[in-house]
Design a protein around this ligand. Sequence first.
Ligand code: FES
Ligand code: FES
Length: 152
Amino acid sequence: MALSLTVNGDHLASTADPTTPLVDILREELHLTGAKPVCREGFCGACMVLIDGTPRPSCLTPAALADGCEIRTVEGLATQGQLNRIQAALDTSDAVQCGMCFPGMVVSLTHLLATTPDAVREDIRAALTGNICRCTGYERIIDATLLALATK
Ligand code: FES
Ligand code: FES
């Protein structure tokens, strides 16, 4: 069975086994390496992507569940070379340390900005419960998110 995925606006027909984790199709077939398979258990959030607009860990998403869905990875969040609000705010706030967690953080926070424009600190913490930063840079990430929320 051929899988039909739309990734960052591009249509893909894949003959991968339907049980293949989505993160592996993104990285190995499409060479979109932003999503990171770090824990592969759904804990760290480094592999987060938007599936039909909702953040999901792509390590726990079998390709069959993404069939027919609109997938957006961190590579597809900028528009015509312009970083989106959260990407720009994280960049200017020096919030990045090793950067391993950031693709997933950016995906989760992009969703927060789109769905909760009046988010406060507690909302941001709640939005990041599925994202672990091993460098423990949470406060700067939250500050950057507040900056992005204030940037209309
Ligand atoms: S690699 Fe998917 S949640 Fe950690
Ligand atoms: S910046 Fe290193 S894990 Fe988050």
